[in-house]
Design a protein around this ligand. Structure first.
Ligand code: NAD
Length: 354
């Protein structure tokens, strides 16, 4: 299992360093992995004048999975758009054909105070949003600006999904549900949109292959409401690019802590890029205060979704639960009565808990 490690910028190297500690500890216990690092984002620009240098892309292509930290920083904000670190992320997703974005939102009982919702609503929350990443109204053609017959300016976009695009994201949704609570909720706007009518038909058809999974359909406006009303009713939610963009941010905020949330972006063969949902946090970079748990949990997702190594993934997730139960907290999740530790110490605590 070859893993390309792209630490990136800001807190990237610090948090990825902790995930590597965890993976190397598992390797000592028998997990067969090969790790290779390469510059990416601002670091890619510094080394090769490009946020996604050719050797880095080559490594990402030959690797089975990619583990990323985060990219970006004020130093690079003056660069032309094509050279900005964030373009590296967009390009690597496109080059690797990563069309499925998986974002779990888990609220650990010890961190229930971090949510803005009532403890009884969110305590024990564990859901996953599967968002289609390369289609929909963000990419549909035609799009543009024009003047209408009355000479008024208009802007227009096209919401568009083909059957194969829906089918492959639905497959990812059902497979994710199989690995979890076996419940899938497909979110659309079937009462209004033709795209959604096709979406619902195709998802219902794919469901025939997965009799073990209970499928429900929900309108996106209701889903937005249910996510804050009764979020624990959800296991896996599958939806299109725009609805998923909005719902995944809403879901992540149910947990209140950006430093805890991992993500995966997968291709059709479940090759994936794994990264925390947060950015490079330049305001705290280099100070050993960043929370490495989102990145450590991203490596657990990698073992589960790309390598089908549920046991090893579970060991990492279990260790994270244990360190939280033991009271270890980085500054972002620290509360009185808990034990404040730095990035490295949190990584060491997870390794010890493994
Ligand atoms: P950010 O996520 O980096 O930071 C937002 C806030 O959350 C900051 O106060 C930061 O200190 C805090 N934070 C983030 N991660 C944390 C962690 N692990 N532990 C503790 N606190 C943490 O978002 P931003 O400030 O809007 O963006 C900073 C840079 O990151 C920008 O250059 C932006 O373009 C880039 N960015 C990159 C990605 C990516 O690499 N995928 C995603 C989002 C933003």
């Amino acid at each position: 299992m070859k893993i390309a490690v792209l630490a990136g910028d800001g807190i990237g190297p610090e948090i990825v360093g902790q995930a590597l500690k965890v993976l190397k500890a598992l390797a000592r216990d028998g997990l067969k992995i090969e790790l290779e690092e390469a510059p990416f984002g601002g670091a890619g620009f510094d080394a090769h004048g490009d946020p996604l240098p050719e050797p880095t892309l080559k490594l990402a292509r030959v690797a089975d999975a990619v583990l990323c930290g985060a990219v970006g920083g004020p130093k690079y904000d003056v660069l032309p758009r094509a050279k900005r670190p964030e373009q590296g992320i967009l390009r690597i997703r496109k080059e690797l054909g990563l069309f499925a974005n998986l974002r779990p939102a888990v609220l650990y009982p010890e961190l229930v105070g971090a949510s803005t919702l009532k403890p009884e609503v969110v305590s024990g929350l564990d859901l996953m949003i599967v968002r289609e990443l390369t289609g929909d109204i963000y990419f549909g053609e035609p799009r543009g600006r024009r003047n209408n017959a009355r000479g008024e300016r208009e802007g227009f976009d096209t919401m568009l999904y083909s059957e194969p695009e829906i089918r492959r994201i639905a497959e990812i949704g059902f497979q994710a549900a199989l690995k979890r609570g076996k419940k899938l909720c497909s979110v659309d706007k079937e009462n209004v949109l033709e795209t959604s009518r096709l979406w619902r038909e195709v998802v219902s058809d794919v469901a025939k292959k997965y009799p073990q999974v209970t499928l429900a359909h929900m309108y996106v406006d209701n889903a937005a409401m249910q996510l804050v009303r009764k979020p624990k009713q959800f296991d896996v939610v599958v939806t299109g690019n725009m609805f998923g963009d909005i719902l995944s941010d809403e879901a992540s905020m149910l947990t209140g802590s950006i430093g805890m949330l991992p993500s995966a972006s997968l291709d059709a063969q479940a090759k994936g890029l794994y990264e925390p949902i947060h950015g490079s946090a330049p305001d705290i970079a280099g100070r050993n205060v960043a929370n490495p748990l989102a990145t450590i949990l991203s490596s657990a997702m990698m073992l589960r979704y790309t390598f089908n190594q549920d046991e090893w993934a579970y060991r990492i997730e279990r260790a994270v639960k244990d360190v939280l139960a033991q009271g270890y907290r980085t500054a972002d999740i620290h509360e009185p009565g808990t034990r404040k530790v730095g990035t490295k110490e949190m990584g060491d605590a997870v390794v010890a808990a493994l």
